[in-house]
Ligand binder design. Sequence first.
Ligand SMILES: NC(=O)C1=CN([C@@H]2O[C@H](COP(=O)(O)OP(=O)(O)OC[C@H]3O[C@@H](n4cnc5c(N)ncnc54)[C@H](O)[C@@H]3O)[C@@H](O)[C@H]2O)C=CC1
Ligand SMILES: CC(=O)[C@](C)(O)C(=O)O
Ligand SMILES: [Mg+2]
Ligand SMILES: [Mg+2]
Length: 347
Amino acid sequence: MAEMNFGGVVENVVTSKEFTLDKAREVLKNETIAVIGYGIQGPGQAGNLRDNGFNVIVGQREGRSYEKAKADGWVPGKTLFSVEEAVEKGTVICMLLSDAGQIAVWPTIKKHLTAGKTLYYSHGFAINWQDRTGVVPPKDIDVIMVAPKGSGTSLRTMFLEGRGLNCSYAVYQDASGKAKEKTLAMGIGIGSGYLFETTFQREATSDLTGERGALMGAIEGLLEAQYNVLREHGHTPSEAFNETVEELTQSLMPLFGEKGMDWMYANCSTTAQRGALDWAPRFREAITPVMEWLYLSVKTGEEAQISIDSNSKPDYREKLNAELKAMHDMEMWRAGETVRKLRPENN
Ligand SMILES: NC(=O)C1=CN([C@@H]2O[C@H](COP(=O)(O)OP(=O)(O)OC[C@H]3O[C@@H](n4cnc5c(N)ncnc54)[C@H](O)[C@@H]3O)[C@@H](O)[C@H]2O)C=CC1
Ligand SMILES: CC(=O)[C@](C)(O)C(=O)O
Ligand SMILES: [Mg+2]
Ligand SMILES: [Mg+2]
């Protein structure tokens, strides 16, 4: 554990300096880690654990993801199984099915959660909203979480680049008395950059807020609003896209990602700085009520219920794909395709 000061608040974090990969291997040396689900997080976590020298198997129903697992070197009957077989063979069961999928297979999973096993999550969803998911684990197993703060795709690519994606961690149930060290060992094993402490409740709530808010929902809404206003006032698509998205992702976001917002501001004109300093609080005030609405909708479980209901439908994938296609086909993002092609490095 290292004490770190986050803007005046001291918190404990764990890195591979305090909890080494060797220690993680020692803690989990007698465990068979069964990664259940090979969608986005599954390949990232299973691949990193395998490359880090852990004993890993994958459980995935047949279909596209199963074929991907085979292509990634998981061998049917040896390291690749059906969901039920993998849960039976595994001692650390990693629930990396979609959050809605986890509800459907819970009765099958539960049957094989014998005393001494560990149930591992990468989200607080199933446990925090257990009145809606029906997931109530038996008392004689450990229930733990390591939640990567980013896409499973990034977890894998950053690991391969020698970097690490940050993750939060929590223990929900400690039957063995060793749940915390198992959690940290899993965190280091999947390639976390550093690990910060949370609870299932806080992770589930902040995660759903973040992805609906600043990380995904709000950013799309913000960009669309500005693009549309520019277009309605006669600006061309190339100008509207460059002034809304391209400059943000290519020039300005890397600057504040690297050294903070004041650094990005300091590298812009005094004209830009004056205006941005005046307008930031106006946007903050305008958006705060929507953020409060969002947080409440997450906290009450309403957002969880909406995703359970829609993602449990047999045609959920087709519907999602159609919505993503509609986004892809918007003028703004089609303009973006051309803009990206014109980047000299893409020519
Ligand atoms: N996508 C991401 O990068 C992140 C995901 N998480 C969490 O990790 C967990 C896994 O999420 P993803 O990798 O996005 O999942 P996903 O949506 O990619 O689904 C994983 C697999 O679940 C299987 N599946 C779905 N329903 C099923 C059913 N009824 N029976 C059998 N298999 C079924 C699918 O075949 C799919 O391959 C979730 O708890 C999620 O909240 C956490 C951080 C980021
Ligand atoms: C990538 C991530 O952490 C998200 C946005 O919360 C998710 O995919 O659920
Ligand atoms: Mg997240
Ligand atoms: Mg999420």
